[in-house]
Design a binder for this molecule. Structure first.
Ligand SMILES: C[S@@+](CC[C@H](N)C(=O)[O-])C[C@H]1O[C@@H](n2cnc3c(N)ncnc32)[C@H](O)[C@@H]1O
Length: 374
């Protein structure tokens, strides 16, 4: 067994960090939404839970988060959501270890929701999950984590089917570096199969770098899933020029925003990737400033036409930036008289107010118009 499969390595921790940061946000939103009563968390390649070096795997993260939330809710007598966990892995030995850790650390109480652990092959488990998702009610939501060693078992159609009920989100890890390496070496059958589901193989552009491969894959996922869905990537850089990737899929713009927030919480400069040594380098403690140059020029062009706050919210996210970044660029444009801002109801507007948050997007997407003057 490889060391990376035995122990939790730094780059695997990056995966877990993103999962963890996203779960904080996802679970909070679910918990605050009075229409949601049940949240289903699926970990289809869950692994053993706690690694010999003490590293915590995905099922432990799920359980720690929901246990915490459950008991905070209980203390406040808040009407709580039931959190149901479904952990699956083909390896019985790993599942035994996982079960023992859950018991030993008291990570699960029946009152939190159900906990089911299974040892099915991913393919079979997938069929079961798809059929459960189809029957979910409006008051139920699901999150599915797919973290295989390779990519041979995974199909793009799996993602489409998992998303089709529109009440679920998927986080998928793909060893893109290995895929890229093979792309340049005659493209083996499994990679051909993977790619040809997304696009006719002859239309797949040859990638110059591993990063390039990820960008193409994300574009093709987006085209394949259609405009109803949001797809995003988080790059994990290992050694030099070795790029692995987490892909995230959702039908809800709020989920997309929250994933972006999680990415920016890890990569405070660019909101897009994790790099080895990020936490330990000489400058790790210095405050990082978000690089918004790309957004600045994209926004400038986008403002060739008048835009509403709703347009700007969506546009910023699609460029990989948060409402606070859009605000700071607009503020600068306002100070330099590049834009004027008007309220659509004709009332007076405070300088620096752009209403680019999600709530305004949802409730008052045309509250203001931003006009470029030059
Ligand atoms: C990358 S590890 C998962 C790590 C885990 N998410 C964590 O955070 O610790 C991949 C897991 O997939 C399991 N596995 C391999 N093939 C499988 C299959 N066909 N179906 C289900 N699980 C499988 C392996 O036993 C292994 O535990």
């Amino acid at each position: 067994m490889k060391d990376s499969q035995m122990n939790m390595m730094e780059h695997s921790e990056a995966k877990i960090e993103l999962l963890s940061k996203y779960m904080d946000r996802f679970l909070n939103i679910m918990n605050q939404n009075s229409y949601i009563h049940d949240v289903h968390l699926y970990d289809l390649f869950c692994g053993e839970g706690i690694y010999p070096n003490g590293g915590k795997g995905s099922p432990i993260i799920f359980l720690e988060k929901i246990k915490n939330l459950h008991f905070v809710n209980k203390a406040k007598s808040h009407p709580h959501v039931d959190f149901h966990c479904f952990f699956n892995d083909l390896d019985d030995e790993k599942l035994l270890k996982l079960t023992a850790s859950i018991e030993e650390k008291n990570l699960h109480y029946e009152e939190m929701g159900t906990l089911k652990i299974s040892n099915q092959d991913y393919k079979d488990k997938l069929e079961e999950v798809v059929s459960i998702l189809e029957k979910l009610k409006g008051s139920e939501k699901a999150f599915i984590f797919i973290d295989p060693y390779g990519y041979k078992e995974i199909k793009a159609d799996d993602i489409k089917r998992l998303l089709s009920s529109n009440n679920s989100e998927v986080l998928l890890f793909l060893p893109t570096q290995n895929m890229f390496r093979f792309e340049t070496k005659g493209t083996p059958e499994s990679l051909q199969r993977f790619i040809s589901e997304l696009v006719p193989i002859e239309e797949w552009p040859k990638s110059e770098t591993g990063l390039n491969f990820i960008e193409t894959l994300l574009d093709k996922f987006r085209e394949y899933l259609g405009s109803e869905y949001f797809a995003d990537s988080f790059i994990i850089t290992r050694d030099t020029n070795q790029y692995f990737c987490l892909f995230f899929f959702t039908s809800h713009i709020r989920g997309f925003e929250k994933m972006l927030e999680a990415k920016w919480a890890i990569d405070e400069e660019e909101g897009r990737s994790w790099k080895q040594g990020m936490r330990t380098d000489l400058f790790a403690d210095q405050e990082k400033i978000a690089k918004t140059e790309k957004l600045k020029s994209a926004l400038y062009h986008y403002l060739e036409e008048e835009r509403t706050n709703g347009d700007l919210y969506k546009f910023g996210l699609k460029q990989g930036f948060l409402p606070k970044h859009v605000n700071s660029v607009l503020k600068e444009y306002q100070i330099n008289d590049i834009i004027t801002v008007e309220k659509t109801d004709g009332s007076k507007i405070r300088r620096g107010a752009f209403y680019t948050g999600y709530e305004y997007f949802r409730d008052e997407p045309s509250k203001i118009i931003v006009i470029r003057r030059r």
